[in-house]
Design a protein around this ligand. Structure first.
Ligand SMILES: [Zn+2]
Length: 327
């Protein structure tokens, strides 16, 4: 292991993200998006000590002179969970952060579709289910069958066109007896989204507000241009009507298979200046500002001091991805 003090000098600016933060979670099979508070505090300690955490509005200046900013990181939170205000904002205590919200979920009670799918796989009544657009039968019985069904079911769902996926998710929701889904949503309050007053509160506390699509669904090549425009321009218009200027975007899911060639063009044409994937790399690693890399902070990632300076190792793959989407 190379000492962090040496790596610090070879570092390049990077973007890091998390989702929600909870004092404690009840079921790690479904509450997959949340850091435990104590672990998150330890991560923030490392960030404060080892890095220069800058507001995202500095990105143009930082990218113009990256050598002058070897320890600069931009911290981000995705989705817009209510606990980013009730828990994370207090421990961030003014540390610069950008929150990317999926506008259709803010203040509507509409859960994240993958969270709903996880509730189906792990909490729907025992049974054999036939779901629209999902080949074969889904058998939910003991723990093993549920783990297997979730492991094989979620990825095919993720790559469906949005309209089909919504039908599958609706059938999953309909599999619960009356009141049961509402009870689960109340029990797992970690996955409740903010309302617009909460988003405005965060902005008033210095958090930059960016867009994370309208509905929280991948913008891959199976999606049509009208839907992509709603995710990009539609989300931007809504945020600007509710909280003011919005120039940054983060792709839901954001990996190579979640972003099609029309997606980044829809984001560019909507007027965003920068957009973030979840592909690993350093911010100076590839030229397209609408397909920038980001690193997802793990549940107990306290080795960021040695890890972040190595993110440049992903730049080659990032450049190849950008080149593939340029055509
Ligand atoms: Zn997300």
């Amino acid at each position: 292991m190379i000492p962090p003090s040496l790596l610090r000098h070879t570092g390049q600016p990077a973007a890091l993200f998390f989702h929600g933060v909870e004092p404690g979670t009840l079921d790690s099979r479904v509450q997959t998006n949340h850091h435990q508070l104590a672990a998150f505090e330890a991560i923030l300690q490392v960030l404060r000590r080892e890095f220069d955490v800058r507001p995202l509005s500095d990105i143009d200046r930082v990218l113009k002179q990256p050598r002058a900013h070897p320890r600069t990181v931009f911290l981000m939170s995705d989705d817009g969970y209510a606990n980013t205000l009730s828990v994370a904002a207090d421990v961030l205590d003014g540390l610069p952060c950008t929150l990317f919200v999926s506008t259709a979920h803010i203040g509507t009670g509409r859960p994240n579709p993958i969270f709903l799918a996880r509730l189906f796989y792990f909490h729907a009544p025992n049974g054999v289910y036939i779901l629209p657009h999902v080949p074969g039968r889904v058998v939910l019985a003991d723990e093993d069958s549920r783990i297997a069904a979730a492991a094989t079911g979620i990825d095919p769902l993720r790559y469906l066109p949005a309209a089909q996926a919504e039908e599958t998710i609706a059938a999953m929701a309909a599999s619960f007896p009356a009141g049961r889904l509402q009870a689960l949503l109340a029990r797992f309050s970690s996955d409740r989204f903010l309302d617009w007053d909460g988003v405005r509160d965060l902005k008033a506390r210095g958090v930059e507000i960016g867009a994370h699509g309208d509905t929280h669904w991948p913008m891959h090549a199976a999606q049509d241009p009208g839907w992509l425009a709603r995710q990009a321009a539609g989300a931007k218009a809504r945020i600007e009507a509710e909280v003011g200027c919005c120039r940054f975007f983060a792709y839901p899911f954001g990996n190579t298979r979640d972003i099609g060639p029309l997606a980044w063009r829809a984001v560019r044409d909507a007027g965003f200046t920068h957009a973030f994937t979840t592909i690993s790399g350093s911010l100076t690693g590839a030229p397209n500002p609408w397909l920038l890399p980001r690193y997802g902070i793990g549940p107990a990632d306290t080795r960021l001091a040695s890890l972040v300076p190595l993110l440049f190792a992903g730049n080659r793959r990032l450049r190849q991805f950008q080149a593939r989407l340029a055509n």
